[in-house]
Design a protein around this ligand. Structure first.
Ligand SMILES: NC(=O)c1ccc[n+]([C@@H]2O[C@H](COP(=O)([O-])OP(=O)(O)OC[C@H]3O[C@@H](n4cnc5c(N)ncnc54)[C@H](O)[C@@H]3O)[C@@H](O)[C@H]2O)c1
Length: 359
């Protein structure tokens, strides 16, 4: 397994392999770039089929965090950690789980603040609290007062969606606009609340019928077919479930002129950004509009001041709207996909010439 020659290696500043034989911990921590500040990113616990698969994931995800924080205007770099194993089996052995997360905490501590761990797929606030017994470099734990970041993510998606509607449809309000939401989880439900309040008409789909029924009842939403929701006859499609949903087939079937949703990595491949542009669909880059969660974590107590200042965090999330407009205008000016315009803007921020590297 090569690291420096790995296809996903992008001059990452640190890649640390962590092993604790007693608890069985096998983890990789990757710090991609700290030119804007210390790296912040989730800790993913996953049953990777191989070490190489875990390495690929951590290299890619940590790089993504650099772009996300840069675009969100945060003084943070990008990092991520992955734990290789079966989180469910571990939870059946609480003593071993504690030993494992504490061992991870010691590894994070050894990085001296270069990387701060947060919750991600497969880890919970309780796990992060165990990590936090060994290091103060953990975010999103109860003592930070923020709680679940999803409502903040939902608000940021809403602001990005408003910007996309303004740019593409020339409208400053959402009254009567038809919005199809795929996925009614933590973020999707929050987004529906904002949309309903703004007077939008909702078409909703989820694999969980109860979630659909609840929103039909609450907001008079129309129940959509989960298999065809992306092709709904509407003004905006909001993917809030899985990644890689925008592919050759789904783009060909799209009827909405705008795509703006929370799901991570919506483009199956980077070229799909260009495919959307050619079709005349305005795509609000996912990592721009779903940054509300990372923004609020950056405002957690102790990071910018002694208390969690919710109003300041919300004002920062509001800026997603204007950054989106800037990206849409640039994409149009340069004749490029909005996804590429977002990448370029982020890169200009964290690769500014003359900026000293932190490590
Ligand atoms: N929670 C956050 O703060 C946050 C931040 C950034 C990005 N995201 C991304 O946003 C997305 C949603 O996050 P979440 O926290 O709401 O997740 P969640 O697990 O709470 O909700 C996902 C929902 O999608 C539904 N779903 C899954 N497959 C589906 C399908 N094929 N069709 C329709 N519905 C389907 C699930 O039943 C579930 O209700 C994810 O991609 C996540 O990575 C979330």
């Amino acid at each position: 397994m090569s690291v420096f020659a790995h296809p996903e290696f992008d001059n990452h500043e640190r890649v640390v392999f962590v092993r604790d034989a007693e608890s069985g911990l096998k983890a990789i921590v990757a710090v991609h770039d700290t030119s804007l500040g210390p790296a912040l990113g989730g800790c993913r616990f996953w049953t990777y089929a191989s070490d190489d698969e875990a390495l690929t994931d951590v290299l890619r995800l940590s790089r993504g965090m650099t772009y996300k924080s840069a675009l969100a205007g945060l003084p943070l770099g990008g990092g991520k950690s992955v734990v290789i194993g079966d989180a469910r089996a571990l939870r059946a052995e609480p003593a071993r789980a504690e030993a494992l997360f504490r061992a991870l905490g010691r590894a994070v501590e050894q990085l001296g603040g270069l990387y701060t761990a947060a919750e991600d797929v497969g880890t919970s606030v309780a796990d992060l609290e165990l990590v936090g017994r060994e290091t103060r470099h953990v975010a999103g734990v109860a003592r930070g007062q923020v709680g679940d970041p999803s409502p903040y993510t939902a608000y940021g998606v809403f602001r990005g969606l408003q910007a996309a509607v303004r740019h593409k449809l020339g409208r400053s309000d959402l009254e009567g606009l038809r919005v199809a939401v795929q996925g009614l989880g933590h973020v999707g439900q929050g987004l529906c609340e904002h949309l309903a309040e703004a007077g939008a008409k909702l078409i909703v789909a989820d694999l969980d019928g109860e979630r659909v029924a609840a929103l039909v009842e609450r907001f008079g939403a129309e129940a959509g077919d989960p298999a065809a929701i992306l092709a709904a006859d509407c003004d905006v499609v909001a993917p809030c479930a899985l990644g890689a949903v925008l592919n050759d087939d789904s783009i060909a079937a799209l009827r909405a002129p705008v795509v703006a949703g929370a799901a991570n990595n919506q483009l199956a491949e980077p070229r799909h950004g260009e495919l959307l542009r050619r079709k005349g669909v305005l795509y609000a880059p996912d990592y721009l509009v779903n940054a509300g969660g990372i923004i609020v974590i950056a405002y957690e107590a102790g990071r910018r001041g002694p208390r969690f200042e919710r109003a300041q965090a919300m004002a920062h999330i509001d800026r997603i709207h204007d950054t989106a407009l800037e990206i849409f205008a640039r994409a149009e000016r340069e004749g490029i996909a909005t996804s590429l315009a977002a990448d370029r803007l982020a890169e200009e921020r964290f690769r500014r010439p003359g900026r000293a590297r932190a490590a």
